[in-house]
Design a protein around this ligand. Structure first.
Ligand code: GN1
Ligand code: MG
Length: 350
């Protein structure tokens, strides 16, 4: 079904294999094999990314920058096709791009060794650090207000008023808990007004499956999935790492007893990220390292519950209560995180 798209990349339209790949919640991805060569084909979700060309222009800008300034950095960028573009639009106005599949690399969906947390954090830190001289404001904003916690809280409040009545009644406890944490959005507002905080090139989806690892030695190679690379604060990436690497189970886990904060993983995230970013961050910014985790977990809980109350219009779901499970999972994670805060501070200061 992708023959005409692939032919624009010189791939024989009658001889290729295709299978779904990965488990992102937003874009569709397929692995393509043809004549012994491997590729990833991705269809951009235009419900979320309203201006796909902006994404593709961001990719080209970053790719040009790395080619000139850090030619040894592995930047996985979409291939250019016969139309001299890094994307293809089909008859139904769907946008596709094709990536080379990086040989001897793998991705993982959970963090089961402290070393993986270290390597991933190092890669996200390295990405932002290498781009510290790139003018972040040149990037298109691919999803406006993506990590605007205040707006996420406001959208949540709207969903409590206008959402599915049954679902609102059924989730009273979760709603109350999230409303009580609104000071976290107040802190975000202070950050936005703080001149010591710099808008940098930030990935905005620092989950472990957005890092490529080397099959041979498990070393981190680079970050991928760059659609949400935009100007932002470092707390977005550190926060998402804390959110997704500290607990042994993911946001999909329905058994909340399994959600725990693993201290040694915290240490590795801090070591990996700050090892790259130490000199770039102001002393004031560094004070918000622990806050970053609360920021990201809270925002994700708000987003999942908002989507549940709005009848699951954003995140793809496989079963009825999935967004509710995800939201309650993140609420539990936030509680566990808050309980550990003092200990995490000790680790950070050591
Ligand atoms: C989405 O597509 P995926 O799974 O990498 C989402 C992130 C959320 C994440 C939660 C564009 O990322 O912000 O943190 O789900 N991306 C978008 O799993 O909304
Ligand atoms: Mg991904």
């Amino acid at each position: 079904m992708f023959g005409s798209i692939l032919s624009l990349y010189g791939i024989d339209e009658s001889e290729y294999s295709v299978k779904p790949f990965g488990n992102g919640l937003i874009n569709h991805t397929w692995k393509i094999i043809s004549a012994g060569k491997e590729f990833l084909l991705q269809k951009i979700n235009q419900k979320i990314f309203k201006r796909p060309v902006d994404i593709m222009e961001n990719c080209s800008q970053l790719s040009d920058y790395f080619r000139t300034n850090n030619p040894d950095y592995l930047f996985v960028t979409p291939l250019i096709n016969f139309k001299h573009r890094n994307y293809v639009v089909d008859e139904e106005n769907n946008y596709f791009r094709l990536f080379p599949f990086v040989k001897n690399s793998y991705t993982c969906n959970s963090v089961s060794k402290p070393g993986q947390a270290y390597e991933a954090a190092k890669q996200f830190g390295k990405f932002t650090s290498l781009l510290s001289r790139f003018n972040a404001s040149k990037l298109h904003i691919t999803v406006p207000d993506f990590h605007n916690l205040t707006l996420r809280l406001d959208q949540f409040k709207v969903s409590i008023q206008t959402g599915n009545r049954n679902r609102i009644e059924e989730t009273g406890e979760a709603i109350d808990f999230l409303l009580k944490q609104d000071a976290l959005a107040g802190t975000f507002e202070k950050i936005k007004k703080n001149p010591s905080f710099t808008l940098r090139v930030v990935h905005h989806d620092a989950k472990i499956n957005n890092v490529l690892f080397d099959i041979g030695n498990d070393v981190g190679l680079c970050v991928i999935d760059l659609d949400t690379v935009m100007p932002g604060y470092y707390i977005s990436d550190v926060g998402d790492m804390l959110r997704t690497y500290l607990s042994p189970v993911s946001e999909e886990e329905p058994d909340f007893n399994r959600i725990v904060i693993r201290e040694e993983y915290f240490r590795e995230i801090a070591k990996g990220y700050l090892g790259e970013m130490q000199l770039s961050l102001s002393p004031e910014e560094k004070q918000y390292f622990i806050y970053a985790g609360k920021f990201a977990i809270y925002m994700q809980a708000l987003r999942f519950l908002t989507d549940y109350l709005c009848d699951d219009i954003y995140y793809s779901t496989k079963y009825r209560n999935q967004n509710l499970i995800r939201a309650n999972n993140q609420i539990t994670l936030l509680q566990r995180y808050l309980e550990k805060e003092n200990r995490l501070n000790e680790i950070l200061n050591s």
